[in-house]
Design a protein around this ligand. Structure first.
Ligand SMILES: *Cc1c(COP(=O)(O)O)cnc(C)c1O
Length: 372
């Protein structure tokens, strides 16, 4: 981060078993407790409500904007009660949430803002990097994120006192075991070697199968308030930490590549049935994936799978990947956030990493041209 060595030092030091663990620790450091409420957006991944529930607090869902992927500031304001203790703001896919009104709401209600930067390090609001706008931020390094280190996450805050409180909690956390280190190192190597857009569907299916049999560390743990994952008292695995220390500078390279690829997607994919993302004024988006809203999502995904072209379908649910019958477990009532539910029916996303080449972009542009 050109402007701030402090940022890099903290992100490398305040590391945890996962991004969601970093969030839980930030909440604890802010003295959020059992029974308190934390506002988050629907159209998120299970990791976020899981972290809130892990400390005994309650996730309160605010809907996203009618046409976007991020929280609607008006919905934030109306979700605030006298139990609210924090607001989590997700910059979905790297697109910035509407930070000016959100910051104003948080200031008026004296509530801390926690930025979910799992999809981007280098997106900007009025020239400032995400993660430095709110009170604190968290990051994730698992598969599919801009910086991949296996599994793990970080916390960041510009507030020295809060950073100390986070470090204190971390100092009581356990190190990974040798066996966990070995499993993660192996998983990281296998994925790094195998991953390319043409193998996306095969890798996805294989990974799901392996994690079902506990042979790989999966992304999703079953949600239960009485059964908190041991990850919530663990630091980042040593193998992942080594990769983070070595690869951190890569975020700039990633950003350059991401800008290049998204520029060619936005130029090459033309169809009345596709809506491209629209970054807000005063913002710059460095995408984790390039999100498109499409008319017939299922048919398009089938075609992509047949053509062996990477196209992700998440989020498939307002609390990805929970099925409707499980939403209540995460304190979400079906129908509560109609925009989020609508977005799940429309969203597909394309990769922006360094394995994407011109051939892939050609093929994907053709798929859209012929499908829609
Ligand atoms: C990946 C992700 C997280 C947390 O990821 P972990 O699996 O806990 O590292 C949180 N929020 C969003 C939006 C994410 O995509």
């Amino acid at each position: 981060m050109g402007s701030d060595v402090n940022f890099e030092n903290r992100v490398k030091a305040l590391t945890f078993a996962r991004g969601r663990v970093a969030l839980a620790v930030i909440l604890r450091a802010l003295d959020v407790r059992e029974g308190d409420e934390v506002i988050i957006q629907a159209f998120t991944c299970i990791a976020v409500p899981e972290a809130i529930m892990a400390i005994g607090a309650k996730p309160i869902y605010a809907d996203i904007e009618p046409d976007g992927f991020n929280i609607d500031p008006a919905a934030v304001e109306s979700a605030i009660t006298d139990r609210t203790r924090a607001i989590v703001i997700q910059h979905t896919f790297g697109l910035l949430a509407d930070m000016a009104p959100i910051t104003d709401i948080a200031t008026r209600h004296k509530l801390p803002l926690i930025e979910d930067c799992c999809h981007s390090f280098l997106s900007k609001f009025r020239g400032e990097y995400v993660g430095t706008i709110g009170t604190a931020a968290f990051y994730s390094y698992e598969w599919g994120k801009p910086l991949i280190c296996g599994v793990g996450g970080s916390a960041y805050t510009g507030d020295d006192k809060l950073a100390k409180a986070i470090a204190n909690i971390r100092s009581e956390f356990a190190e990974s075991s040798v066996l966990q280190d070995m499993q993660l190192a192996l998983q990281y190597r296998v994925f790094s070697i195998l991953y390319q857009p043409a193998l996306f569907w095969w890798l996805r299916d294989t990974f799901r199968l392996l994690s079902r049999f506990k042979l790989a560390k999966g992304n999703y743990s079953p949600l239960s308030a009485n059964d908190v994952s041991p990850d919530f008292s663990m630091r980042m695995a040593r193998t992942s930490q080594k990769i983070l220390d070595r690869k951190f500078a890569y975020i700039h390279e990633y950003a350059a590549r991401s800008r290049e690829i998204t520029a060619s997607y936005s130029e090459r994919i033309n169809s009345k049935q596709v809506t491209h993302p629209q970054p807000l004024a005063d913002t710059e988006a460095v995408y984790a994936r390039y999100p498109l809203r499409v008319v017939d999502k299922d048919a398009l995904l089938d075609k992509a799978r047949t053509a062996r072209l990477e196209m992700a379908n998440w989020y498939v649910s307002p609390i990805h990947p929970l099925e409707k019958s499980e939403w209540e477990k995460a304190s979400y009532t079906p129908g509560q956030c109609p925009n989020a539910e609508q977005r799940c029916r429309e969203i597909v996303s394309l990769p922006v990493n360094n394995k994407v080449d011109d051939r892939y972009v050609d093929a994907i542009a053709n798929l859209f041209a012929n499908s829609l």
